[in-house]
Design a protein around this ligand. Structure first.
Ligand code: SF4
Ligand code: SF4
Length: 341
């Protein structure tokens, strides 16, 4: 389904208007100058720079009710709330992240709430330009070949549209007027790609395939103690990461203990209570242990289980960390120290 079509800027505006009239559309907007995500009701200026939060919350809400129960009547009602929605302007690294979440939530017994929401979600990707913290080129997520319904490449005067699914093709024909791409449009695409490659400031100093083994050797590296000393254990890095998906399950029960609801809420492995178990024991009490665990999950543990690095190089955890713990710098330091061994 990989045919390029040209969509003018005006055509894009009409497309967004048409989508917003039919679906709940979410995408990047600027608020107080900062790119964030919001409901889109009318055409917006495309945002090519990184967005500070990820699209994860539209598939796995920060808090959701998953069950209502009545103990007296022995009734248990599973709750699945999913609406048709369009995620517009999803950058390639975030499409890779959603594909990873798809693997996680369909693994073993599929997670009904996630899967239902995912089925009702249309993904319209858009190419982007890195800032100083992006390193997607180093983890093979700078480009994307699938995982979207439509993908928009920015070129002079508009976009080149790639269609990824029948649903995307149908959406395009219903809401947009496109023309076949010309040779100069394809040249524009290549120029954008080259400009993007040159724009990367942050790069990892090893090939992505080598990273799991490098990290496996770094379990006892002293970097964890050093970084753990300055880390606040605030969990902001978990919060913004597009591939973090851990959650806690909590029951809220009425005063007379007759009924209640069960919710799941985002959790994060950098928070002190995350690994606390019955009896008050905590198997990752130290911040250095939690930091090591988070980094190893991104580069080794999850790869072993799901077959892909769980860091897509979006740079969000770097942008958000108050004490400047930088996953790319840490990784490069580990690479260098492993080379010396
Ligand atoms: S954002 Fe920084 S300070 Fe907060 S938990 Fe993550 S690494 Fe530690
Ligand atoms: S670990 Fe950091 S850079 Fe990697 S995907 Fe998560 S937020 Fe992005």
């Amino acid at each position: 389904m990989d045919e390029y079509r040209f969509l003018s800027r005006r055509g894009f505006n009409l497309f967004v208007k048409g989508l917003a009239g039919e679906y709940r559309v979410y995408g990047p907007v600027r608020k107080d100058g900062i790119p964030t995500l919001s409901r889109i009701l009318e055409p917006v200026e495309p945002i090519l720079t990184p967005v500070h939060i990820s699209f994860r919350g539209f598939l796995l809400p920060p808090r959701e009710v998953i069950l209502r129960f009545n103990i007296k009547e022995e009734r248990y009602i599973p709750i699945v709330e999913a609406e048709d929605q369009v995620l517009l302007g999803v950058h390639p690294c975030d499409i890779h992240a959603i594909r990873l979440l798809d693997k996680v939530f369909s693994y073993g017994t599929p997670d009904r709430n996630y899967m239902e929401r995912r089925k009702k979600t249309i993904i319209i990707g858009m190419d982007c330009m890195p800032d100083e913290h992006c390193f997607c080129m180093s983890v093979n997520t700078m480009e994307v070949a699938s995982g979207f319904d439509l993908f928009l490449h920015v070129i002079e005067g508009g976009f080149l549209v790639r269609t990824g699914t029948e649903r995307g093709a149908e959406l395009l024909s219903r809401h947009a007027s496109t023309q076949p791409a010309k040779k100069k449009d394809i040249r524009g695409l290549e120029e954008f790609r080259q400009k993007k490659e040159r724009a990367f400031i942050t790069r990892l100093e090893a090939e992505p395939d080598a990273l799991p083994l490098i990290y496996a050797g770094a379990y006892f590296n002293d970097i964890w103690e050093r970084k753990g000393e300055i880390c606040y254990g605030c969990g902001s890095c978990n919060h913004v990461c597009p591939t973090c998906y851990c959650f806690d399950v909590r029951d809220k029960v009425s005063g007379d203990l007759s009924e209640g609801e069960r919710c799941r809420v985002w959790d994060g492995c950098m928070l002190e209570d995350f690994a606390k178990v019955a009896g008050g024991h905590n198997f990752r009490k130290k911040r250095s242990q939690r930091l090591r665990h988070r980094f190893l999950r991104k580069f080794q543990y999850q790869r072993d289980r799901f077959g892909g690095l769980f860091c897509v190089g979006c740079g969000r955890c770097i942008r958000t960390c108050l004490v400047g713990i930088n996953i790319a710098e840490v990784t490069n330091e580990i690479i260098r120290s492993e080379e010396k061994r």
